[in-house]
Ligand binder design. Structure first.
Ligand SMILES: Nc1ncnc2c1ncn2[C@@H]1O[C@H](COP(=O)(O)OP(=O)(O)OP(=O)(O)O)[C@@H](O)[C@H]1O
Length: 266
């Protein structure tokens, strides 16, 4: 768990301003959902937080330490899970320990006992302990994504980042995977930033919401402030009639309720 401080962050690619003067602070253990249309700057922000993209200006600190490049205590889950299909779920999870194990040892699978224990604990967290020995390539997309989460947890991060982690999954698998990410974060008190494009999933799982538009942070607030008007502001002309209708006719008046969220699938 860590405190993340983003101050006046900007990133431009030539004439494209991908991030513009973005500032926010994430206290220890908070679960933050990042929202915005395609091209709003979500991936750029996550890549800056991960240290793989250098901002044009501004700063990021994790527990007062500046992020100047990739760090072992920051783990990332991607839309494409990049797991090794020929290896078991367990072996894939263990690769999360690579940052602290020598290449030679990892080549001969000679990981320390602590790392092996961590891999099993992580598989248990994502509900795959029973399938630890299963070949990852034979698992479903949702299960493979859960293996990717386990691998990120084995890295033992202070900050967990997820870039569209459920974008390629069917709605039921997306819910399951999000539930495991949320549970893992809360069990380990992990500060988490997850970008999502499904507003219904975001409303169901988010604790705090950052809304981006054309590189700017246009919303930063908690569940009770994350209203339909805010969604309109973030997504511009996206259709929000279903939510509005639901609000006027009830009974799912609260836009953050699970059933309310289900009524509007983007
Ligand atoms: N490496 C790059 N080179 C040039 N332009 C880039 C690069 N990466 C991102 N951009 C541009 O920066 C802007 C923000 O892109 P970014 O990928 O961060 O948005 P996003 O919100 O993650 O979009 P999506 O949901 O489609 O992934 C876009 O205009 C994009 O074309």
């Amino acid at each position: 768990m860590s405190t993340i401080e983003v101050t006046n962050l900007s990133k431009s690619y030539g004439s494209v301003q991908a991030l513009q003067d973005v500032s926010f602070t994430i206290p220890d253990g908070e679960f933050v959902v990042l929202l915005g249309e395609s091209g709003a700057g979500k991936s750029t922000l996550l890549r800056c937080l991960n240290g793989i993209t250098t901002p044009t200006s501004g700063s990021i600190t994790i527990d007062d330490e500046p992020v100047n490049g990739p760090r072992n205590d920051v783990a990332m889950i991607f839309q494409q899970h990049y797991i090794l299909e020929q290896m078991s779920a367990y072996s894939n999870a263990l690769t999360g320990a690579l940052g602290r194990t020598s290449f030679l040892k990892s080549l001969f699978s000679r990981y320390p006992e602590d790392d092996k224990h961590e891999a099993l604990r992580a598989l248990e967290t994502v509900g795959l302990l029973d399938q630890a020995n299963q070949r990852a390539g034979n698992m479903s997309g949702g299960q493979q994504q859960r293996v990717g989460i386990a691998r990120a947890l084995v890295q033992n991060p202070n900050l967990l980042l997820a870039d569209e982690p459920v974008a390629s999954l069917d709605p039921a698998s997306a819910e399951t995977v999000m539930r495991y990410i949320r549970q893992a974060a809360s069990e380990r008190d992990l500060s988490t930033v997850a970008s999502l494009h499904q507003v219904n999933i975001a409303r169901e799982f988010g604790e705090r919401f950052l809304g981006m538009k054309e590189g700017e942070l246009v919303f930063d607030g908690y569940r009770d402030e994350f209203t339909v008007d805010v969604i309109d502001e973030i997504y511009g002309d996206i259709e929000t009639e279903a939510i509005r209708e639901e609000r006027t006719t009830g009974p799912n008046d609260d836009p953050t309720t699970r059933s309310g969220a289900r009524a509007h699938e983007y």
